[in-house]
Design a binder for this molecule. Structure first.
Ligand code: ARG
Length: 566
């Protein structure tokens, strides 16, 4: 239910009846319960334009508001605000209508756009580490969310599979795999280290590595075969992590840096033709207004750079993928890079003016002491280790509870452990750095996935206890039911906001508020107690059912599983 736009229409009609024209009507959530459910704050602006007293205008408008449906009460407040209360009967009808809806009342967008979401993008010449965690899970949430809202989502995994390091890696692979056995690639971390040792100790090996870089670039079949098998193994490792993380990236979504290789000289040609780049100290550079350093697109030796590939990718995404919006879910430290390539691509006509380009930036993951996340001996933490530890810790947290089989415990621990890591990340406003804290993320209290999973499980247990099928209407009667029903109907507005701003934490904050209201409701309004009449019981059971459905949908957009009991 798009509550805000429905309210805007009602207010617009009231304004029309009061002979006032407004360009845009913005409805906001009321900041305190005594201000109602929503507020319209646009009167002051109108008063200035009309040169009239705001309170007088507000009073005129309030008299015209339709009180026969959605709204039960409107009031003039302060110097000229309008406070709005929603009607309990309306809330009853609307919530009842979506109890059994698989989309929990969320409509699909009318005009779907083509949205490219570029996320994860690990580098094949390095082990995937915690730094990739944020891109993978924020990006996946964004993609899932947009898809749920009905947009055409194109996931792109822009993996780093090209560059000088590969010469060393494939030369080492060749040295190790004379019999074609790729056993060494099982532990990539070790493989990189060993290759580097060889590179540093042997001049002959280092020369071969350098020679291989040139050979891959020239398309030498032998080197390319080695390179391909290395990339396959490396991607296989990433896919294990995706699977553990519930991240929906497949091979089809991979469009690697190497894919753009044959388009790079064209990029340079275009930039030269359009006089956007100039040669400076032998390198091809773009000097953008306000930038201290130029964007280098081709080095003196002819080599291309990260920016060149991104320009080719931008061109491809516009011309071939026909994107309307392109979202780059990448570390905030690359802000400058994206600002540059976005500007250049538009100047050069590689991307049409109307295409929306966004850097969905995120901060760094820190340890408890506020330092970038490292292992005790200072190395980078491997993502797989972190996720495995999450499951172990989750098992610890729930092992004393009423769980029967070992399998049950294992699947719950996975849902809870992985959910905790993801939720902790997604619930932070994405641009801030955040402190990784096991105890906090695996707590039953507060804004954690476990709190949501626990509420969901609790609801399922109530529904199981009722034993019969629940059919019947929701009747919103008291204050807490009013708040709960309203929260449930706010789901669509929440998802829309999260999709526009690309902010997963909008969803987690909503879930936290929803569950908090539900807990209050459950405390004040017992559901199954014997003295509760059947009509009331059904209404409360239906509110619980709908709450469960919304929690489940919300968590599934975040890529987190629910559990039926805890
Ligand atoms: N491989 C890059 C890195 O690890 C991320 C790629 C992001 N996507 C892009 N189109 N530049 O920094």
């Amino acid at each position: 239910m798009k509550i805000k736009s429905e309210l805007s229409k009602i207010i617009e009609n009231a304004l029309n009846s009061a002979d006032i024209k407004a360009d845009e009507i913005v409805i906001s959530d009321a900041t305190k319960p005594e201000f109602g459910d929503y507020q319209f704050n646009g009167i002051m602006k109108l008063a200035k334009i009309l040169k009239q007293n705001p309170r007088q205008i507000a009073t005129n408008v309030v008299e015209q508001v339709d009180l026969t449906g959605m709204i039960s009460k409107v009031e003039v407040a302060g110097p000229g605000f309008i406070n709005i209360w929603l009607d309990n009967r309306w809330l009853s009808v609307q919530t009842t209508a979506i109890v059994n809806d698989v989309r929990v009342g969320v409509e699909q967008v009318e005009k779907p756009k083509r949205v490219v979401v570029d996320y994860s993008g690990p580098n094949m010449a390095k082990q995937m580490h915690v730094g990739h965690l944020r891109s993978s899970i924020i990006g996946d949430t964004l993609a899932t969310l947009l898809e749920f809202l009905g947009e055409n989502v194109i996931r792109q995994n822009h993996i780093g599979d090209w560059g000088t390091q590969f010469g060393m890696l494939i030369a080492y692979l060749e040295e190790q795999n004379t019999d074609g056995n790729t056993q060494e690639l099982k532990d990539l971390e070790q493989f990189y280290k060993d290759a580097k040792v060889r590179f540093d100790e042997s001049e002959e090996f280092a020369n071969k590595a350098r020679e291989y870089v040139v050979k891959i670039q020239k398309g030498d079949t032998h080197c390319l075969t080695l390179w391909q098998s290395f990339i396959n193994a490396s991607l296989g490792h990433c896919e294990e992590v995706y699977k553990k993380l519930n991240v929906n990236l497949t091979r089809e979504d991979v469009r690697a840096e190497s894919f753009y290789n044959n388009q790079l000289s064209k990029v340079i040609e275009t930039l030269k033709e359009k006089d956007i780049s100039t040669t400076s100290n032998g390198a091809e550079c773009v000097f953008l207004e306000g930038d201290e350093t130029p964007t280098i697109v081709q080095k003196g030796d002819g080599g291309f750079l990260y920016a060149t590939t991104d320009l080719a990718a931008l061109n491809f995404r516009d011309k071939e993928l026909k994107a309307d919006r392109i979202c780059y879910v990448v570390d905030a430290r690359q802000a400058q890079h994206f600002k540059q390539v976005f500007t250049i691509s538009k100047q050069a006509g590689m991307v049409a003016e109307e295409v929306v380009l966004e850097h969905i930036a995120f901060g760094t993951m820190m340890d408890k002491g506020g330092k970038p996340f490292k292992t005790r001996d200072g190395g980078t933490v491997k993502l797989v280790d972190l996720l495995d530890e999450a499951v172990v810790r989750a098992t610890e947290a729930i092992k004393d509870r009423n769980i029967h089989s070992k399998e049950e415990l294992a699947s719950m621990a996975k849902a809870i452990g992985i959910g905790a890591v993801k939720y902790a990340d997604l619930s932070i406003s994405r641009e801030s750095n955040y402190i990784f804290n096991w105890d906090k993320m695996l707590s039953f209290e507060g804004n954690t996935s476990l709190y949501m999973q626990y509420a969901y499980a609790r609801i399922q247990s109530i529904l199981r206890k009722y034993k019969a099928e629940v059919t019947g209407d929701i009747l919103v009667e008291d204050e807490v039911e009013h708040r709960l029903a309203l929260m449930l109907l706010k789901f669509e507005d929440t998802l829309t906001k999260a999709s526009i701003e690309a902010t997963p934490h909008t969803i987690t904050s909503y879930l936290y508020d929803l569950v908090s209201v539900f807990m209050k409701f459950y405390e004040l309004n017992p559901i199954l107690r014997d003295d509760i009449d059947e009509v009331t019981k059904i209404s409360r059971l239906q509110l619980a059912t709908l709450t469960g459905n919304v929690i489940e949908k919300g968590l599934s957009i975040l890529g987190i599983d629910v559990v039926e009991k805890i």
